[in-house]
Ligand binder design. Structure first.
Ligand SMILES: [Zn+2]
Length: 513
């Protein structure tokens, strides 16, 4: 199929930026799992990641791979300007080096990266790549369903495909879709033309689960559209609500084979569906405050429904204490509870030096921003302490090795907290097994995640309750102090600015306007 293609370059800079968070994301956060050159193939081959998908297509077509740079880290605050420049420079110089040898570039960008001083660094990167590689150089791009995909950014690639599922269990499939379309184009078998439509809305991440109505209905309609003759690919990007940028919002990207009118019709039809369903999409599940959630959990447990998963979804830094504080206050009236994935490097180190089975009194969490709640005094016994590095067994990012750094289990008899040194949202049940805990023992599991937990926890949860707390990732978007989002993106209104937020955001996001 692709006789002419001998070699493809692979690279990516991946970050979902919460611009409201005060702390910048420095280069070290990306370097923690950055891979380069041949290491990229060794790291991702066979994994359910975008790069795993790219590699599979290359292998199937006997195409050599040139790894450039892959740098990614967990969602966090604005990328430091110097960090972005360093990573972009490296990717560009490696791409320039392989420009002649490689027949094209397979690129993975999240779609919602923002850097200090640059609200769309991915656009900046693509402009620079075009300057180095040339306007005709073949580039296929795979992006996250949560990308804020502006038209100008997307049209700098020949092909744009995004995840269609959240939890993102189709990462490898998405990488493969993008790679195959590029190969088809290079072989002259297809002529991909792209159309885009933007419905003027953005969804809170918690309501982007693609198997939950009404989004699941619209995703099903999208799949029907893709079955049309000459439609090559369609993605519905839901947008990322916590990046306050001009490009914020949902986007439909449709690719047709040589038929622009067909692509436009498909993109506009789905965009109109999203727009007309916007109110239902925005309120697709009930929200509980911590007290109401614990009351409801107690009711469910009394009926024999267990475990109850409580989702502290607004916590974008994996360290907020609002729910844990309410749980502690319940004392003996709380069932047996687990709090995995609490990010607290200082707590993890303290537990490690304290030693196994020793009793420790320490403050936990609440360090990322003033909206994360106060650090909580917690006394418990150390039941595990050590490095936590393992291969993910759940469906999300299956097969990839994750390194949560020095970690510990601190257990007060009612609540077992798993603290980690590296921030990760709750994507699987592995920390329980890795730390020697039996997940079946717990009545309540308090998670920090938006949709990814569903792949591993939906099958085992008796019930899932969404807990709304005053942190930087709320479901109620109108409570956030947007400044760069344009008017007309539902439900953001530019009149929602609250003076109480002004001081916080002055520290947090002074983009160059
Ligand atoms: Zn995502």
């Amino acid at each position: 199929m692709s006789q002419a293609v001998k070699r493809l370059a692979i690279g990516g800079l991946v970050h979902e930026t919460v611009t409201f968070l005060p702390q910048e994301t420095e280069l070290a956060a990306f370097e923690h799992r950055a891979v380069r050159g041949d290491e990229i193939a060794r790291t991702f081959a066979g994994s359910n990641t975008v790069f795993g998908g790219f590699l599979q297509v290359c292998q199937d077509n006997e195409i050599a791979v040139e790894g450039l740079l892959v740098a990614e880290c967990a969602p966090s605050g604005p990328v430091a300007a110097a960090a972005f420049e360093t990573m972009a420079d490296e990717l560009l110089s490696r791409a320039a080096l392989w420009r002649e040898e490689a027949d094209g570039l397979l690129l993975h960008l999240h779609g919602a990266m923002a850097a200090r001083g640059d609200t769309d660094p991915e656009h900046t990167l693509l402009l620079r790549l075009r300057a180095v590689l040339g306007d005709d150089y073949p580039i296929a791009m795979a992006m996250d369903l949560h990308g804020n995909v502006s038209v100008e950014k997307a049209l700098l690639a020949d092909v744009v495909c995004g995840f269609r599922r959240s939890p993102h269990t189709d990462m490898a499939e998405t990488g493969a879709r993008a790679a195959k379309l590029l190969l088809g184009k290079l072989a002259g078998e297809i002529n991909p033309v792209t159309a885009m439509a933007r419905p003027g809305l953005v969804l809170p991440s918690i309501f982007t689960a693609t198997e939950v109505v009404p989004l699941s209905d619209i995703m099903a309609e999208m799949r029907v559209e893709t079955e049309q003759k000459r439609i090559l690919d369609i993605t519905i990007f839901t947008g990322f609500a916590y990046a306050d940028v001009p490009a914020i919002g949902a986007t439909v990207v449709a690719i047709a084979d040589g038929d622009e009118a067909l692509a436009i019709r498909a993109a506009e039809r789905l965009s109109a569906r999203l727009a007309e369903a916007r109110e239902a999409l925005y309120h697709s599940a009930p929200l509980y405050d911590p007290e109401a959630a614990l009351d409801k959990a107690a009711e469910l447990l009394a009926e024999g429904v267990r475990p109850v998963v409580l989702l502290e979804h607004a916590d974008r830094s994996n360290d907020s204490t609002h729910l844990l504080e309410a749980m502690l206050a319940r004392g003996p009236n709380l069932g047996r509870a687990a709090v995995p994935y609490l990010h607290d490097p200082i707590g993890a180190m303290a537990a490690t030096s304290s030693g196994l089975d020793s009793q420790l009194r320490l403050t936990l969490g609440g360090k990322s921003s003033e909206l994360a709640g106060l650090p909580l005094l917690f006394t418990g016994y150390i039941k595990f302490a050590g490095p936590l590095r393992y291969e993910i067994t759940g469906p999300y990012r299956n097969g990839e090795t994750i390194d949560l750094g020095q970690s510990a289990v601190i257990d007060n008899g009612k609540i077992a907290v798993i603290v980690t040194s590296v921030s990760s949202s709750a994507v699987d049940t592995d920390p329980f097994t890795q730390c020697g805990l039996d997940i079946d023992e717990f009545d309540i599991i308090a998670l920090r995640s938006k949709t990814h937990f569903r792949a591993a926890y939906e099958p085992i949860a008796g019930a899932i309750l969404i807990v709304e707390t005053p942190d930087w990732g709320p479901a109620e978007l109108t409570t956030l102090p947007y400044r760069h989002a344009p008017p007309g993106v539902y439900p953001i209104t530019m009149t929602s600015h609250d003076d109480a937020f002004e001081d916080v955001t002055d520290d947090g996001i002074n983009y160059a306007d």
